[in-house]
Write a protein that binds this ligand. Structure first.
Ligand code: ADP
Ligand code: MG
Ligand code: MG
Length: 922
């Protein structure tokens, strides 16, 4: 060991900023001492000493440490005028653990160390209070026995219960000095029996054992598991410090007390001291629940002078730390001591309120007000949550795919959801194995979505997030039986009509209704986000496909739409047949006919989006997915066809039968019946349906692709079937022209997906320009628009210079770009090998969740730089899911992007994250 390293620091000398070395508790005890707060004298043994100690094979304390401890103890004796081990006027201390990260319950504190038969008599003489002396002694024996010597609590508890019973005492405070003396004697014997050795009576021996015990606790199973569970890395906290603190006594009578308090209410943020205390009690009593503590307000009545001092302490703490504090105090015979402080943990509502109020009070500035709130936590304020006071056991656990909570009756298909939800006005939860685009009307009618298959990016998850509805995806413990309208979960099940509750924030599923608490998008949050916008450089836009999505995104502060997916509009129940007709069309004329019917519908879609977002930009992406996605599944078609063929045969059979009735001497009634049956199913109609379905099936087979994601989609589709893109471009420009006529300011932006070469863009641009000229002439007014490209193909990044000559903006589609960069297909990766890659550290994160800055990010940077080298004012943004994640937003800021676009409910998170990025970049 390096003997020149200082390991032991008096509270007067330790650096209060160095939590890594001194632990959070130790650093703050030093800091509070140095700013003149009333902290009992003490010292800290560093976390570095702990690591040294644990590294030695025989677990020996680093050389010289006990000498330093002796020196510090002598200093404590001087400061207190007491002696450690002195039987006249004994000094007692507590030995407390404390690492850089708070790890509650990892290690207990030992109080009253230094007591033995002799010093006990000194305490009794000095205080004139035998009961107090024995009470302190029995506490010490138990705590030391348990924490330092590993004696189980039960052995002590058994003895203590026996004594209480014999004394007819209900509570500890009812015991007399004699009872407690007896307790201490029995406890000593408990220790002797358990360890085979007498209880150590030499105070310095006690101290050394206690220090080692605290150090050992760092490597104990409990602590190791805890760190694993909460992802506490060595960079965050390495080793525990030991704090040795002069004892002060809250159990010296009715003018003494102990308590814990927050400087502000941690649930609401209200600027008012919040906490509890117990009169005549020590240390853990408040939290241990032995007696019911009193609300802090009572102190004003019971000890008015102390209440005043406590208020002063609160003000001093806040004005020093510029943060809400959670602190421990003890009152010993009219003297107030502060024993610990740390930043208060609060819910988001309280964080936001305190940010605004502390700024107004001049305690912090706007930057601090913004930086103290984790952007992700804002989601809490946007969605209903399960009432936290209600206890319930989940029946299944899935992925938390879209946050929020909802209850409703289970329904197992989209049509039923629509019937019961929209038409009958019931609250329904749509339960599916997995969802498909054609289930969309069920989403609209449902309060929440539950699937038993699929990941966080499954159709259900993505659509639910866009709509801001809760979704639990991939709850594999549930098996869904659509035909029986029932789902089995382990030994129980629920049927259509049974009430279930989802928590999309945690992924849990409950049977029955659990009350929810409404979200609070408070005025304070608006103020805070206004401050964020003022410092952020990145603009925050939203991904929104419908006017409803757009409206919600706007209410969350989106300043435009960065991505409107037109395929969602094609999937509408009324339109899908027209879309299918367009796809199945055998001639360009037939195709055009179908497109002509789609045009007014698309125009209306765009017009609504423009109106909702006016005067902000609306970026519309031309059709992206392979068109066979709009057609039914091949196997479904085959099955339907074979059923239809049987039906056709039957229909023909019935016709023959009807004609043959004359051969029988049948009654009129029977003839009539057969005739009705014949008219019921017209063979000609059946044949027509068969022809249609056969055409569809031919098309499905013709369009079959081995790798649809890498196949006939995006701009490739736009070039092979230009009529589709032309219809969409016309719809966009006509909608814009209509708006302009109506005096509504609009900024349409046309975005081409899957581009890999400038020639593709040029090709699309020619007909865009032609349509633009035509529309301008017809409406008598040119509408301005921007033309740009998605960057989601590796080649597009590499050819950014030439793309920039054609495009006015770049929009990074990082979902596809990530797949392309890794050559991973997302669904396969996430279901098969990514979890193992993440667990074993081959990849640190799931690149589909956390933008891969090193690889994908590098490509993005190249593309931005090359693009801007040709066109300095090239507008660049991101519209992948990463656009809503704080770490990715920080990267986008640094890479010089102009905007991020994310799902509506992520907009507030992104606004705050954009501000953090700007502030941290300064
Ligand atoms: P934890 O980290 O579990 O809160 P602490 O080290 O803070 O453990 O101590 C536990 C309890 O003992 C707290 O209520 C604390 O205020 C009290 N305590 C610790 N040291 C002293 C002391 N020197 N005098 C009086 N009470 C103390
Ligand atoms: Mg504490
Ligand atoms: Mg894409």
């Amino acid at each position: 060991m390096d003997t020149t390293t200082k390991h032991v620091f008096a509270f007067e000398e330790g650096n209060g900023k160095n939590k890594h070395l001194l632990g959070g508790k130790g650093a703050n005890l030093c800091e509070m001492t140095q700013i003149g707060l009333n902290v009992p004298p003490g010292f800290v043994i560093s976390t570095a000493a702990c690591l040294d100690y644990l590294a030695t094979p025989d677990h020996a304390l680093p050389a010289g440490i006990m000498d330093d401890v002796h020196a510090q103890m002598r200093a404590l004796e001087q400061k207190t005028g007491k002696g450690f081990g002195d039987s006249e006027n004994p000094l007692l201390v507590s030995v407390r653990s404390g690492s850089a990260m708070s790890m509650p319950g990892m290690m207990d504190t030992i109080l009253n160390l230094g007591l033995n038969e002799q010093t006990l008599q000194g305490v009794i003489r000095a205080t004139g209070d035998a009961r107090f002396g024995y009470d302190a002694y029995r506490r010490f024996i138990q705590l030391f026995g348990k924490v330092a010597l590993g004696v189980h609590d039960e052995a002590f508890d058994k003895e203590f219960a026996a004594i209480k019973e014999a004394a007819h005492a209900k509570q500890d405070v009812d015991l007399s000095a004699t009872d407690l003396k007896e307790t201490a004697e029995r406890f000593l014997k408990v220790v002797q029996d358990a360890t085979g050795r007498p209880f150590p009576s030499d105070p310095y021996e006690q101290l050394e054992i206690a220090i080692k015990a605290v150090f050992n606790s760092w490597g104990g199973k409990r602590a190791v598991d805890y760190r694993k569970q909460f992802h506490i890395t060595p960079e965050m906290a390495n080793g525990t410090a030991v704090n040795v603190v002069t004892m002060v006594f809250g159990n010296r009578g009715d003018d003494s007390a102990t308590g814990v308090a927050f400087t502000r209410n941690p649930a609401s943020g209200e600027n008012k001291l919040y906490g509890e205390y117990l009169v005549n009690a020590q240390g853990e009593d408040v939290v241990a629940g032995i007696r019911t503590p009193k609300p802090i307000d009572r102190l004003k009545v019971e000890m008015p002078e102390m209440a005043k001092q406590l208020d002063e302490l609160r003000d001093k703490l806040e004005s020093h730390y510029h943060e809400v504090q959670d602190f421990e105090f003890t009152i010993e015979q009219g003297q107030l001591y502060c024993l610990q402080t740390r930043n208060g943990k609060m819910n988001t509502v309280a964080m936001v309120r305190t940010s605004i109020e502390m700024e107004q009070e001049g305690l912090i500035n706007k930057q601090q007000a913004l930086l103290r709130i984790a952007p992700d936590s804002l989601e809490q304020m946007l969605f209903p949550r399960l009432d936290p006071t209600v206890k319930a056991d989940a029946v299944a656990q899935g992925l938390p795919a879209s946050p929020g909570a909802a209850s409703g009756i289970a329904v197992f298909d989209a049509d039923r959801a629509e019937q019961l939800g929209h038409e009958q006005g019931l609250k329904v939860i749509l339960v599916r194995e997995e969802t498909k685009p054609e289930d969309i009307h069920g989403f609209f009618a449902a309060e929440g979505i539950l699937t038993s298959r699929g990941g966080k990016t499954s159709h259900a998850a993505v659509v639910a997030r866009g709509m801001g509805k809760p979704c639990v995806a991939g709850a594999e413990g549930i098996s869904v039986d659509v035909d029986r309208r029932e789902a089995r979960v382990g030994l129980t099940s629920f049927k259509e009509g049974d009430v279930i509750t989802l928590d999309g924030t945690t992924g849990k599923v409950y049977l029955g209704a659990i009350p929810t608490v409404e979200p609070d998008f408070t005025p304070e949050l608006n103020t805070l986000l206004g401050w964020a916008d003022a410092v952020a450089r990145l603009k925050v836009l939203a991904n929104a496909d419908t006017p409803d999505d757009a409206r919600r995104a706007r209410s969350y502060g989106a300043v435009g739409i960065g991505l409107a997916r037109t395929e969602r509009m094609f999937n509408d129940v009324e339109r899908l047949p027209i879309v299918i007709e367009m796809i199945v069309a055998e001639t360009p004329e037939k195709r055009q006919e179908a497109l002509d019917r789609l045009l007014p519908l698309q125009r209306k879609d765009f017009r609504e989006l423009f109106e909702v977002m006016s005067p902000n930009p609306v970026t519309i992406r031309l059709l992206d997915p392979p068109i066979h996605e709009f057609l039914p599944d091949e196997h479904v078609l085959e099955r339907e066809l074979s059923e239809l063929r049987v039906l056709a045969q039957n229909a023909r059979g019935v016709t023959v039968l009807a004609g043959a009735m004359g051969l029988l001497h049948a009654s009129d009634a029977l003839r009539h019946e057969v005739d009705t049956a014949r008219r019921h199913i017209d063979p000609a109609v059946v044949e027509e349906v068969i022809a249609k379905k056969e055409a569809m099936l031919r098309k499905v087979r013709a369009l079959y692709e081995t790798n649809p994601m890498l196949g006939h989609r995006g701009v490739r589709l736009g070039i092979t079937f230009p009529e589709i893109y032309q219809m969409q471009v016309r719809a966009i420009l006509e909608a814009a022209a209509e708006c302009a006529k109506a005096g509504i300011q609009v900024k349409p932006q046309i975005k081409v997906p899957q581009v890999c070469t400038a020639a593709e863009l040029r090709k699309v641009k020619t007909f865009v320009d032609a349509i633009h000229a035509e529309v301008a002439e017809r409406y008598g007014k040119p509408v301005s628009f921007k033309f740009g490209t998605m960057i989601e193909v590796v080649r597009a990044c590499l050819r950014a210079e030439s793309l920039a000559e054609e495009a006015e903006f770049f929009s990074f589609g990082t979902n596809d770009l990530t797949q392309a960069t890794f050559s991973f297909s997302r669904e396969d990766a996430e279901n098969k090998f990514l979890p193992l890659y993440n667990q074993s550290g081959i990849l640190q994160d799931n690149p589909f969740d956390v933008l891969d800055v090193k690889g994908v990010g590098k490509l993005m940077k190249l593309a931005v730089d090359w693009g801007r080298s040709v066109k300095p004012d090239l507008h660049v943004g991101i519209c992948g899911e990463h656009g809503g994640h704080p770490a990715s937003i920080a990267f986008c800021h640094e890479a010089g992007l102009d905007y991020v676009s994310c799902s509506g409910p992520r907009v507030p998170v992104a606004r705050l994250a954009a501000a953090h990025a700007a502030l941290q970049g300064q």
